[in-house]
Ligand binder design. Structure first.
Ligand code: ZN
Ligand code: ZN
Ligand code: ZN
Length: 403
């Protein structure tokens, strides 16, 4: 079966091997040496009710044992995991996948037809070992859907394999304490896709509450609106990790138009992609927002900030600071103090560095400000804002006291 060339590698499990179950990476777990317990015809398939070879395994430390629920034929027909019944490529419920790709399967649901259909399907599967008779190969083919890409899992979700919550503990009645194999936690995980679901509904993609929730979420996915300032042609790219190279980004972003520059800020694990023109930047924003996955990382896409706005905060020149009522006035610039205060001859050099040293960066006060009457010549406390500014306060040397 041809998997699409997207960088999403969630479902790339080798499932041709009949000695091994068809599993999604989440159900398989993170242990590469997982021990499979195989039981020939160990159970009935929950969809077609025929006996099939079951597998049981532990998907990782402190995880619960999992087992296959449906037969391999049924799994192949829908391209789903034998255990969680989620799509193998996207990790999504079949209802979401089929709606997004507009797949209409012709899998028979009545018992008689189903038997016949499954037998035919099995013949086809063994003859070609490719394509899904039920879905005409569309699920794994080249078809792409914006919505699927946005909703798809990019990495396994191992939390789903945790033990179930201890129902006794929830009622305050579990006496097993540490030994209890179940989870002692409040049941706050409504995202558990297996919570109370009819496995057939899930398989056929009907009345699947998780699917409905995902589809609702898809309808309200946030959008990235281009900023009004048309001079902005830069996109911020976040969550790039440590190993992302400029080339990796360029390979994805070049398709939207000419790139002027790509700057990687490794310390913040982000990058800035600047286009030569606005149209290209808008295309790129639309094409990547919420769906660009590189190296299994879903990148965060935002618009860059306006140059004018960025500048305003850092330079005092041209910026206007409104006086906030009720607060002390801004401290005067040291140069002003030198002319009014030090020229009075009443001060010593120590005083200046103690008082105004830390305020070296204060913006230049409005030159016309008649309010900055500090009156330091006679030490009248007219312009004193803070006790520490008062030369007459405790600790000041006696020679600076007014006479
Ligand atoms: Zn089956
Ligand atoms: Zn699974
Ligand atoms: Zn318990």
């Amino acid at each position: 079966m041809a998997l699409s060339k997207s960088s999403n590698t969630y479902g790339r499990t080798a499932w041709e091997d009949a000695e091994f179950p068809i599993l999604c990476p989440t159900c398989l777990g993170d242990n590469p040496y997982v021990r499979m317990m195989k039981e020939k015809y160990g159970s009935e398939c929950k969809v077609c009710v025929r006996p099939f070879t079951t597998f049981r395994w532990c998907p990782g430390a402190r995880m619960r044992f999992k087992k296959t629920e449906i037969c391999q034929t049924c799994a192949k027909l829908k391209n789903v995991c034998q255990t969680c019944l989620l799509d193998l490529e996207y990790g999504l419920p079949t209802q979401v996948r089929d709606q997004a790709l507009n797949i209409k399967d012709n899998i028979a649901k009545s018992d008689v037809n189903k038997e016949y259909y499954i037998q035919n399907a099995e013949k086809q599967l063994s003859a070609t070992d490719s394509g899904l008779p039920g879905t005409s190969g569309t699920a794994g083919g080249k078809m792409q859907s914006d919505m699927l890409v946005k909703l798809a899992r990019t990495t396994p979700y191992y939390k789903r394999n945790l033990p179930h919550i201890c129902s006794f503990w929830v009622k305050g009645e579990c006496k097993r304490g540490e030994e209890c194999p179940y989870r002692h936690e409040k049941p706050t995980d409504p995202d558990d896709p297996l919570a109370d679901q009819n496995i057939k509904d899930r398989y056929y993609g009907t009345n699947d509450p998780v699917a409905e929730k995902l589809l609702r979420r898809a309808a309200t996915l946030p959008r990235l609106d281009p900023p009004e300032d048309k001079s902005i042609t830069t996109l911020y790219v976040g969550n790039i990790g440590e190993k992302m190279l400029e080339k990796d980004l360029r390979d994805h972003f070049y398709q939207y138009g000419e790139i002027r520059s790509i700057t990687i800020v490794s310390r913040q694990q982000c990058a800035f992609v600047t286009y030569s023109n606005r149209a290209a930047a808008e295309l790129a924003g639309e094409g990547t927002f919420n769906k660009l996955v590189i190296q299994n990382r879903r990148l965060v896409i935002r618009w860059g900030k306006s140059q004018a706005k960025q500048g305003a905060g850092t330079t005092a020149e041209g910026a206007h600071y409104e006086a906030v009522p009720g607060l002390p006035k801004a401290l005067p610039h040291p140069s002003e103090l030198e002319s009014s205060y030090y020229n009075s001859g009443a001060a010593n050099a120590d005083y200046s560095s103690q008082q105004f040293g830390p305020y070296g960066a204060i913006p230049n006060a409005d030159a016309s400000g008649a309010s900055y009457n500090y009156g330091f010549s006679n030490f009248a406390p007219v312009g004193i804002h803070y006790p520490s500014q008062d030369p007459t306060r405790l600790g000041a040397t006696s020679k600076t006291k007014p006479t």
